[in-house]
Design a protein around this ligand. Structure first.
Ligand code: AOF
Ligand code: ZN
Length: 355
């Protein structure tokens, strides 16, 4: 039966992820009412919009006159117990008399936080947790950060040579990785609320920092330009419907209407402010200076390092001086995944500041 639950859980995740931007900062959730005796999906429900019905409620509504007493509910996130913008799902599940509930991962929301599982169990419902847990956590990693820290999830993308260089000693950086890796980055952009870059990169390359995949949303842009060095006719300031957050302490000028200036003390301060603007996740695409500061200030959550099969020898390293003298002073990561992207390798790792 576990294989079946995993298959159905995968289906929940597939449906849920379609509403990434609509539901934020709430989680992406999908639910299925399943008949184990008949091996049949009775109905499916998804959380489609922030403030509206949760997935469990939609799945139950879609199975209107069903007898739930021998049915199983599959859901990728623990059912809620709190009265939020919608009534508690756990109560509805109990009221409908479900036999079994299969859950992907616990809800880290302090208002829920394992109370959902407890409530269902206390009502005599069989509860199975941790089905496809890693995948369920991965899908909602932005929500997990948002609800526990009130900060955006920060993913750093970096493209380096085999010896971790990002520029040759002659100043060249195009292109280090292959076309497939660069296409992969476009997909990352499509999933991000905003892309962050700094004045060094913008002045050197004049990038557009848009998502070039047709039909995908254009992410907002965050430009770090403390002293206001970038002229407003640079591509990043183009009015293409995306918001442009200009992190600067040079506020004594006129800004184009699509540009929102933000004064900031450090990255934590900036990210709290951006979170209030609805920037729930950030893809960082910068050079060495910003990355070094982000790591030092413990603000990067994850890194995607594209490694090309090239060696420069000399040149610019992707990260600078972090003040590490002893091995036990180093910054720690946890490797999460690795894949071949045509000629390159992509390494995915999460920062572990608490270890
Ligand atoms: C969702 N969708 O399908 C589930 C959620 O303000 P509310 O009532 O929408 O409650 C939001 C919280 O409910 C959310 O932070 C999460 O903890 C929990 N579960 N939320 O938006 C869902 N199952
Ligand atoms: Zn709920």
């Amino acid at each position: 039966m576990m294989k079946k639950y995993e298959e159905l859980m995968r289906l929940c995740l597939e449906q849920a992820q379609k509403y990434r931007f609509e539901v934020a900062p709430n989680p992406m959730v999908g639910a299925i009412v399943y008949d184990e005796n008949e091996d049949k999906i009775i109905s499916q429900g998804v959380h489609e919009k922030y403030g509206e019905n949760h997935a469990e409620r939609n799945a139950i509504l879609a199975a209107s006159d069903c007898d739930f007493s021998d049915k199983t509910l599959i859901v990728n996130l623990e059912p809620c117990t709190h009265q939020g913008k919608t009534p508690p799902c756990a109560d509805l599940i109990i009221e409908k008399g479900f036999k079994k509930v299969v859950i992907g991962t616990y809800d880290p929301n302090p208002l829920v936080c394992s109370q959902g599982v407890m409530k269902l169990k206390n009502a005599g419902i069989e509860v199975i947790t941790g089905v496809l847990e890693d995948e369920c956590k991965e899908l909602n990693k932005v929500f997990i950060k948002n609800v526990t820290k009130k900060l955006p999830y920060v993913l750093v993308k970096i493209a380096t040579t085999f010896d971790s260089k990002i520029v040759t000693q002659g100043g060249e950086s195009k292109w280090i990785t292959g076309e497939a890796s660069r296409e992969y980055v476009q997909k990352l952009r499509a999933k991000s609320f905003a892309i962050l870059s700094g004045s060094g990169t913008v002045l050197a390359d004049n990038p557009a920092l848009t998502c070039r995949i047709k039909g995908e949303r254009t992410p907002d842009r965050i430009i770090i330009d403390r002293h206001g060095k970038i002229p407003f006719d640079y591509q990043v300031f183009r009015d293409d419907g995306a918001r442009v957050f200009l992190a600067t302490n040079n506020l004594d000028r006129d800004f184009p209407s699509n540009v929102i200036p933000i004064a900031f003390a450090n990255f934590r301060d900036l990210f709290f402010k951006l979170y209030d603007y609805g920037v729930y996740s950030i893809l960082v695409e910068t050079g060495k200076t910003i990355l070094t500061t982000l790591i030092k200030q413990e603000m990067a959550d994850e890194i995607y390092k594209f490694v090309s099969p090239k060696i420069f020898g000399s040149g610019l390293d992707f990260v600078g001086n972090l003040g590490v003298y002893k091995i036990n002073e180093c910054y720690k990561l946890e490797f999460c995944d690795m894949e071949k992207v045509e000629e390159d390798i992509l390494i995915k790792a999460k920062f572990r500041y608490d270890d």
